[in-house]
Design a protein around this ligand. Structure first.
Ligand code: SF4
Ligand code: SF4
Length: 70
């Protein structure tokens, strides 16, 4: 099963990753980081992540640090 790892401390809440994910697996969280931003979270209960890394490629702050392809 593929998955991503998000470094919440770097997230600036631009939400470009949400728009980019073809499976709509990234959502706005209710948590905020030290920058005061509502960070994003990976939500994939059905195991749909493709491991395509489009989210990581799109993130301007390199906050999506790992993509595991499974
Ligand atoms: S693209 Fe990066 S900085 Fe923007 S919301 Fe997603 S993880 Fe956060
Ligand atoms: S790797 Fe691809 S499918 Fe998985 S969360 Fe990122 S954009 Fe979505």
């Amino acid at each position: 099963m593929s998955k991503i790892v998000i470094d919440e401390t770097k997230c600036k809440a631009c939400y470009l990753c949400i728009k980019e994910c073809p499976k709509k697996l990234i959502k706005v969280s209710e948590r905020t980081n030290k920058l005061g931003n509502n960070v994003v979270e990976f939500c994939d209960p059905k195991g749909e992540c493709l491991g395509c890394a489009m989210c990581a490629t799109r993130c301007p702050d390199l906050a999506i640090t790992e993509v595991y392809r499974g």
